[in-house]
Design a protein. Structure first.
Length: 108
């Protein structure tokens, strides 16, 4: 996991990381659940004293960048008949937590 501070030496919201789950203040984001075929960016803000996802109000607490899903392709002979092409099966790989990026913003 890549963690970046927006400002060096800043104080940040309380956070915890457990595998692909990231908790910022009282909000937990399961990056494995959120992963899709394209990059996903989750904005976490502080609004009304709580950490909330997205929205237009409140100060930023964090941006979580979840990499796009990768696949392993394997050729399969299932369904092939003399001389026909092999089919290709795509299997989603588990999320690589090392590729998740968390940017932490200053917390007041």
């Amino acid at each position: 996991m890549q963690i970046t501070l927006k400002e060096t030496g800043q104080s940040v919201a309380e956070f915890a990381i457990f595998g692909a789950k990231i908790t910022i203040a009282d909000l937990t984001i399961d990056c494995a659940e959120r992963q899709s075929d394209t990059v996903v960016v989750v904005e976490v803000r502080k609004h009304a004293g709580r950490a909330v996802e997205g929205g237009k109000r409140g100060a930023y607490l964090a941006h979580i960048t979840i990499p796009g899903r990768t696949y392993t392709e394997t050729e399969s002979e299932a369904g092939s008949v003399d001389g026909e092409e092999l089919s290709v099966e795509r299997t989603a790989n588990p999320i690589n937590s090392a590729e998740i990026a968390v940017t932490l913003w200053p917390a007041a």
